[in-house]
Design a protein around this ligand. Sequence first.
Ligand code: ME8
Length: 713
Amino acid sequence: MLLQRTAALALCNWSKAYAKNVVYDHYFKTAPFAVFFDLLEDKGQAAEFCNKGTRIMNHDQKNQETRDRFYVTTPIYYVTARPHLGSLYSTLLADVLARWNKLGGKQVFFLTGTDEHGQKIAQAAEKVGQQPKAFVDSFIEAYHHMWDRYELSYNHFIRTTDSYHVKAVQAWLSSLLDKGDIYKSFYKGWYCTPCETFLTDKDALVEQAGQIPACPSCSRPTQIVEEETYFFKLSNYASRLLTFYQENPDFIQPKERMHEVINFVASGLKDLSISRTTITWGIPFPGDAKHVTYVWADALNNYITAVGYGQPDRKQEFESWWPADVQVLGKDIVRFHAVYWPAFLMASGLPLPKRLLVHGWIRMDKQKMSKSLGNVVDPQELYDAYGAEPVRYYLMRQMAITHDSDFSIEDLEQRITSDLANDLGNLLNRTVALAHSHSIVELPVITVWSPKALDVRDECLNMLEDVEKYMNDCSIHLALARIWKFINTANAYFHAQEPWKLIKKDPEACLQVLSVTCHSLRAIATLLWPVMPHKMEALLASIGAPLHLGEHTRDNLKLATWNKGFMLHQIQPLFVKPESKQASAKPMTEEKKQVAHPEPVCDQNGIGIEDFLKVELVVGTVEQCEPVPNSSKLYALQVNFGERGMRQILAGFAPYHTCEALCNKQAVFLFNLKPRAMVGMQSQGMLLAAQDAHGVPHPVMAPVPVPNGTRLR
Ligand code: ME8
């Protein structure tokens, strides 16, 4: 320890001189000692750090500050109800990106909040006999509560009724009025209140057939609006927008959405109505008491007012955060963010956000989950049933950001059981449990690695590179899939090395195996921290490698030397396999809420024989076994059940047993399990298995040869 401290001090002194007394002074005063210990892992890297420092400080200081910052936003949600799984999903995406950037040593500002003005809110308040402000106030606590439960690390929660926002929006409108970008005229056209959208000619084609047009976004009937209004000269910005899209092809992710936006703009833009006279619940228009600001002109500005726009005393703060690095939004509000918002910013002479991350919808029963359709899942019920971090993992892993995805409680439970409890949980448990059972507390630094260990290390380094690429591309689901591929590699290595045997015949080799899994776990848990922060902190603490957030947290994982020692101690299992709680994920009704705490299935007296007879356990012979493409775990077994026929059954044995070991074996299967699709293949049953003390599943074999198709009783 003393040696390390001395080395750190020496390194810093050397670095101070090297980096012209600037960067290191700063880091030395502010960073915890751990940063230097980490730096000591590789002198080359430390030198690179100092070189970088010199380069950086010779550069424009302000540019550097901007580069080291990350500003991420979510849509601000209409407060007509408590938050649901859809709003949680968007906010969670932003949280994971925020944490990922913290892990890269950046200063992060993460903004979320609520959209509180407009006709939709006014109508919802009226329906329950409340004033709009009292109505919106009644939901705010629920948002804070839910976001805290789900560990969403937002820095600021903006409400569009906040007085600083109201004043800044009025200042913004005044400046555009002065510039001539806003003018007064008359609007006649269709309006969708649930979406708070003026329909354009392109949207309202049905009108020509003499019908009330349905909203193209939510399919509900629209209403005609005829009123005096202020227009924003959107038509002036079409060509500048098109040039911007062309010059910034990564502005919208995924790219397909960019094509839709370009088509919309290229076919012509009309000026946009930005005030209403037929409602009163909104920001008063400056200098014209008859008008209130159109809710989108008010709401979009939250992204700049929250960081100081329009507030003279916060000018510097605004310049240090804006433009946003990533703005997360659902595909329903792309036009507002990709057309109107950039045009507003251009009119104000402000830079445009760097990227819009547009995600698909979470669906329930093949329909968008939404407050107005009433098919929403209550995140509180999921939290009660499964805890925050398993749900965070499921949402980030299961939902492909760029597509619509169906929410399913079966999938959630499957992910918790197989990915979290079996794959990741077991990798930790088997390592720490084996060490514990042989009183191994400390793993020394290993200097000479076996070829098999080096293979795992190389695979770990590959994974780090891939994950970095996916995360910087905001493809969180792909990053998680890649991490799990490596978890399976580490599990397979551990199993193949049989350290529980090595401990007796070659203790040094056993320590090496444990060290490989600990280095692997350190990388895995650090990368997973943005998704499951508390669980991963617990994991890292249990191997004596606590997380230190800093510029080098991710880079240090890439050190090819794998030169860490570990201190192991046992902890409670990180993940508990869920009992089936499927009913709790149905839409939020009083009836369903009660099922969130189901009665235990069995009473103390056990089940009756009639219940047991419902389960068909049948003997079959594995005639063929092949690895399933795109799965590192599954084998596809062709099983002969005699007169009951052949069946394909998928089994997650690949990390543990070879196909040869399973072929021609007569084993016991759960025969009347509902067929299930996995990685695009059907599985018609389940191979029974018993896990040994190290978490390795062994198939349950027939006690003696019996005819295929024999049922167990
Ligand atoms: O549109 N799946 O607010 P909003 C995934 N106030 N995401 C979903 C979802 C689902 N089923 N349902 C909602 C508004 N979302 C405006 C935004 S921003 C300046 C103003 C998420 O309460 C998704 O991000 O209707 C969607 O864009 C947002 O919630 C809409 O929330």
